[in-house]
Design a protein around this ligand. Structure first.
Ligand SMILES: *Cc1c(COP(=O)(O)O)cnc(C)c1O
Length: 492
């Protein structure tokens, strides 16, 4: 394994022999007897080669590393489809309350009416009300996990109905990659539904694909181009007419929460990313939560146990003969649910509606500014995000990737790039409701200046970032052969 220290020796090599941050108290028992219990072959011949540092060295080391991180708490972070918005600290504080953290998950199964059960019950009801569905499971640990859970429920229902020939899942070509992955993982065949020139699902393409083999359509609304699928009711009618289910990917719920309800459009099932719309810090890979909301006909198949009210008490109901079973070791990532509860409770219905309105307003403001210097092939107006194209810069040898890297030097986190696939050299920008007009102006001005510089001094863009702790990294190797631990210099 390669070593981190070789790229950044100054912050990693602080060790001085004999220096200590803390010494543990001497053991109160006879260690030689304890040592006898460890077989010879498993004993260390030498002490471990750990860094020897003072407390201050250690504090500085970790704070220096933290300062190198780019995150929503330090930087505008317009990562499209990810909803990187303010995560109020009060939600963090609540998630650490002993009423939630001191419970052992194994003690929860037959808990009655404790604070956590009430929070989970409230949250389920609020999500059902906001999205327009009848019942909810909070178990899935991410959006993709919610997709898989929902497809397993659809599969079980089709199986019980004897409709096993329904083995195809239809997915628009603008969809997030997790949609086809979840469908394939569940054993379905995947067929792509074409988008029209307007970036919306092409109804004729859909009509041509539905049939007796259709299990479901997975559709994202607003879609990943940031456009509202205005034909969503007709789309649901077409799929239902062929006997299929409509799965709504609700990762972009932030654009419509409190304004309109996917359940009312005709969707049968939907997942919500609590870590996107309902304020849990994300970006480092979790934990998140992807609750699934269902209409009544899918309710019997929900993962068990479900949270139920019995004679005024909130309990877990395990008696669920049609359930797909458990899809999480315990009850889901409950700290994420507590944050979402606090977020909804503090904003209320009116506040949530304003979240969606401001997210859409901010995106349209930024869209109009960016449209002055980059093509935006679809959508005017947009919803919570828009997709610009870096294609004109190619004439100067500059790719969208280079533009994204150059933004890092200017102190901005890059937007999502090269997704969705239907836009050449895509830059997918989602500002969210949290950002001020000044921040949006600064970002647009910077992006404009970089686009201009790409025509006069392209090398300065293609060699960026120069000011970041690491410059161009080999992303494929970083993902496939990750270097996750520090190794002492001796083992070089
Ligand atoms: C983020 C996202 C997902 C997947 O959610 P995860 O929590 O990352 O698994 C699915 N669909 C869309 C449209 C998304 O933006």
């Amino acid at each position: 394994m390669s070593q981190i220290k070789s790229t950044a020796p100054s912050i990693f090599e602080r060790s001085v022999p004999g220096r200590r941050a803390w010494l543990p108290p001497a053991p109160q028992f006879d260690t030689s007897r304890a040592l006898d219990a460890i077989p010879e072959s498993m004993r260390r011949a030498e002490p471990p080669a750990l860094p020897e540092v003072s407390q201050l060295d250690m504090v500085r080391h970790f704070n220096t590393l933290a300062a190198r991180n780019m995150g929503i708490d330090t930087t505008f972070y317009p990562l499209g489809s990810c909803t990187m918005k303010l995560n109020p600290w009060i939600n963090e504080t609540m998630a650490t309350w002993p009423a939630f953290t001191a419970l052992h998950p194994a003690a929860m199964d037959d808990a009655r009416d404790c604070a956590l059960l009430r929070v989970l019950h409230d949250l389920s009801q609020w999500l059902a009300a906001l999205a327009g569905f009848d019942a909810v499971t909070l178990q899935p640990a991410a959006g993709a996990h919610g997709e898989l859970t929902a497809l397993m429920m659809i599969q079980k229902m089709l199986c019980e109905r004897g409709e096993t020939e329904r083995r195809t899942v239809l997915i628009p070509d603008t969809a997030h990659g997790t949609n086809p992955a979840s469908a394939a993982r569940c054993g379905f065949r995947v067929k792509a539904v074409k988008s029209g020139d307007d970036g919306l699902v092409d109804l004729d393409s859909l009509r041509g694909l539905v049939g007796p083999d259709t299990a479901a359509l997975m559709i994202t609304n607003p879609n990943t181009l940031g456009l509202f699928e205005k034909n969503i009711e007709e789309i649901c009618r077409i799929v239902h007419g062929a006997g299929g289910q409509v799965y709504l990917d609700g990762a972009n719920f932030n654009a419509v929460v409190g304004v309109t309800r996917p359940g009312d459009w005709g969707a049968d099932v939907m997942h919500i990313n609590l870590h996107k719309t309902f304020s849990t810090p994300h970006g480092g890979g979790g934990p998140g939560a992807g609750p699934v909301c269902v209409k009544g006909h899918l309710e019997p198949y929900l993962p068990k146990p479900v949270i139920a009210e019995r004679g005024g008490e909130i309990v877990f109901d395990h008696d669920r003969p049609h359930s797909i079973g458990k899809i999480h070791g315990w009850h889901g990532n409950v700290a994420v649910a507590v944050r979402a509860w606090a977020y909804i409770r503090s904003l209320g219905g009116e506040g949530l509606r304003r979240v969606a309105q401001m997210a859409v307003l901010n995106a349209n403001y930024l869209r109009a500014k960016v449209a002055e210097f980059l093509p935006i092939p679809h959508g005017k107006p947009c919803m919570h995000e828009f997709v610009a194209s870096g294609k004109p810069l190619r004439a100067h040898g500059v790719k969208t990737l280079d533009l994204a890297k150059a933004l890092i030097d200017e102190g901005f986190h890059p937007p999502t790039i090269y997704f969705p696939l239907v836009v050449d050299e895509a830059l997918m920008i989602e500002p969210t409701e949290s950002e001020s007009r000044e921040t949006l102006d600064a970002f647009a001005d910077t992006l404009r200046a970089l686009c201009e510089r790409a025509t006069t001094d392209p090398d300065s863009i293609t060699s960026a970032p120069q000011r970041a702790p690491v410059t161009r990294v080999d992303e494929a190797t970083a993902a496939r052969v990750p270097c996750l631990c520090w190794l002492p210099p001796e083992s070089e």
